[in-house]
Design a protein around this ligand. Structure first.
Ligand code: 5GP
Length: 194
C-alpha cells in the first residue's frame, strides 16, 4: 500500500534495527481515514472468500479490525490480554510472548463469540516474531473455526513471523513489508539497496 509506505518513511521513527515507532498515525494517535482505507484494503485482498468475523488482539489491532469489519460488513472480536472479572464464561486461550514488552501473557476469547461456523480473518498492526498472530491462529483452530487468512498492516520481513505462519499453512497479506531498516533508513521488500 503506497500511501502507507510513504507515511512510514515520513513519520516512522526507527528506534533500532528491529523496532519501528509509528505512533503518530497508527497505534497511539490514529489517522482514522488511513485506518478505514487499511480496512478496505484487507477486505479487497481477501475478497474471494467469505468472512464471518474479524479477529485481533487488544489494543493496537482494534482500529484495523474494526475498519476491516466495516468494509466486510461483519463483526470484529478482540482477544483480551487480561482475564476480566466479567469474563466468567468459558474462554479459548493461548500464551503469547511479547517482543516489544519482553513478557509472556495469556490472550483469551469467549466461547460465545467464536465457534465452528465462523470463517475468520485475523488482522493486527505488526507482524514481527509472529507470537501474537500464532496465538490467535491457535485460538481459531481450538474453536474449530475456519481461518481465511492473516492481514498485517506492517510486516518486518526480516523477523520470523511470516515464515512461522506460512509453516502453519496460513495465507498472509501485509500492506507494508519492511526488508531492512536502521535509524533514518527504511527499505521495503522489492526495493533495491540504495
Ligand atoms: P509479534 O508477536 O509479531 O512479535 O508482535 C506482536 C505485537 O508487538 C504487534 O502487534 C505490535 O503491537 C508489537 N510490535 C512488534 N514489533 C513492533 C515494532 O517494531 N513497533 C511497534 N510499535 N510495535 C511492534
Amino acid at each position: 500500500m503506497k500511501q502507507l509506505e510513504e507515511r512510514i518513511r515520513q513519520e516512522g521513527l526507527i528506534l533500532s534495527e528491529t523496532v519501528l515507532k509509528v505512533d503518530s498515525f497508527l497505534n497511539h494517535q490514529v489517522d482514522t481515514q488511513l485506518a478505514l482505507e487499511i480496512g478496505q484494503e484487507f477486505a479487497r485482498l481477501f475478497s474471494g472468500k467469505p468472512v464471518t468475523k474479524v479477529l485481533t488482539v487488544e489494543a493496537s489491532g482494534i482500529q484495523f479490525a474494526m475498519a476491516a469489519g466495516i468494509a466486510l460488513g461483519v463483526p470484529f472480536v478482540y482477544a483480551k490480554k487480561k482475564k476480566a472479572v466479567t469474563l466468567s464464561e468459558k474462554v479459548y486461550s493461548a500464551p503469547v510472548h511479547s517482543f516489544t514488552r519482553q513478557e509472556t501473557y495469556q490472550i483469551s476469547i469467549s466461547h460465545k463469540y467464536l465457534g465452528p461456523d465462523d470463517k475468520v480473518l485475523i488482522v493486527d498492526d505488526f507482524l514481527a516474531t509472529g507470537a501474537a498472530l500464532v496465538g490467535l491462529v491457535q485460538i481459531v483452530r481450538e474453536a474449530g473455526a475456519e481461518l481465511v487468512g492473516v492481514g498485517s498492516v506492517i510486516e518486518k520481513s526480516f523477523q520470523e513471523g511470516r515464515g512461522l505462519l506460512e509453516q502453519m499453512g496460513v495465507e498472509v497479506h501485509s500492506l507494508a513489508r519492511i526488508a531492512a531498516m536502521s535509524p533514518g533508513v527504511v527499505r521495503f521488500v522489492g526495493e533495491t539497496d540504495a
